[in-house]
Design a protein around this ligand. Structure first.
Ligand code: DHB
Length: 310
């Protein structure tokens, strides 16, 4: 039994894509629907379509990936259309929409579009995009985070969660968790890519990607220990009714298991999904089930948050 819940929603298993991967358009989203994942999320949508940053803007690395996509997306109307069609065909299967604004006003405007729609799933507001030139990562600014959450919860009544950037200091976890605990959040998603890394081609001494002088978000195996710590630190600090989506460095069923051990209710896959394609979900489920069997567990609550420390 791999079922998991967030709020009133139950999912057959905890796996889904991380926003940005396999969710740009109908073809990619349909492939997610056809996969073994328990749910899915759409690409972070802005009010208007965006082309994103100049290419090359993504590179696979030996241990992960670097990207500076710059929020290429087809605009909120496209994704609202898609989820409306999806809901009609799959009334029992909830999915997530990711939304983002490059300004305060745009964050509020795009959330209003969801509130005013028939979308009946969960909304993830992205407070952590590292890749829009000139725009800081919102959740690294506590005052701006409070301002956005205050504004959102003044009108938004659907299940809402926040996508957070990685934090690195225990004082940051204390501060951010205290802020988040003041709001009726359905979930947090920790974490986004590790912002503003730099990778260099060894032959040409050139940055691998073009935007922002080569700076980009790092994902994949590089991210796993940081993701485990972020899930663990927030699970120890957040109200128990705020669920946690764990994201970062999942390549195997053991990686999924470890994020759940740290407290994750659902687990997203980004870099490895990009590299392996949607058939990765069937493999991860088989490997997760094998790990659970090896440890004598038959369901997720038996080991969720059960990390042992010395
Ligand atoms: C992009 C990257 C992110 O890490 C994110 O949270 C949102 C958008 C991007 O560059 O498109």
């Amino acid at each position: 039994d791999l079922t998991t819940t967030i709020g009133n929603y139950t999912f057959a298993n905890p796996l889904m894509n991380a926003s940005g991967v396999n969710c740009f358009d109908k073809d990619e989203l349909d492939a997610m629907v056809a996969s073994a994942s328990g749910s899915m999320v759409t690409k972070s949508a802005t009010v208007k379509p965006r082309p994103g940053n100049p290419e090359p803007r993504y590179a696979d690395l030996t241990l992960g990936s670097i990207n500076s996509m710059g929020l290429p997306n087809l605009g909120i109307d496209y994704y609202l259309d898609y989820v409306a069609t999806y809901q009609a065909a799959h009334p029992a299967d909830a999915i997530f929409m990711s939304i983002v604004g490059t300004t305060f006003d745009d964050n509020i405007a795009v959330a209003h579009r969801i509130q005013d729609s028939d979308f009946a799933g969960l909304t993830e507001i992205n407070l952590s995009c590292p890749n829009v030139p000139g725009e800081p990562q919102t959740a690294y600014d506590p005052a701006q985070t409070v301002k956005i959450l205050d504004a959102l919860f003044s009108f938004f009544t659907k299940p809402l969660g926040v996508k957070l950037p990685p934090f690195f200091d225990l004082a940051q976890f204390d501060q951010m968790a205290a802020i988040l605990n003041r709001y009726p959040l359905a979930f947090i998603n920790t974490m986004n890519s590790i912002g503003n890394g730099l990778m260099i081609d060894a032959e040409t001494d050139t940055a691998l990607i073009k935007p922002k002088g080569g700076f980009g978000g790092i994902g994949g195996a590089y991210a796993k220990p940081i993701a485990l710590a972020n899930v663990r630190a927030f699970r120890q600090r957040l109200n128990s009714n705020i669920r946690i989506i764990g994201t970062g460095g999942v390549h195997t069923g053991r990686d999924v298991y470890e994020l759940i051990l740290c407290g994750a209710d659902m687990v997203q896959v980004g870099t490895a999904l990009h590299q392996e394609g949607p058939q990765i979900f069937a493999r991860l489920l088989t490997e997760l089930q094998a790990e659970m069997t090896r440890k004598g567990y038959t369901n997720l609550p038996e080991f969720r948050g059960a990390l042992k420390t010395l």
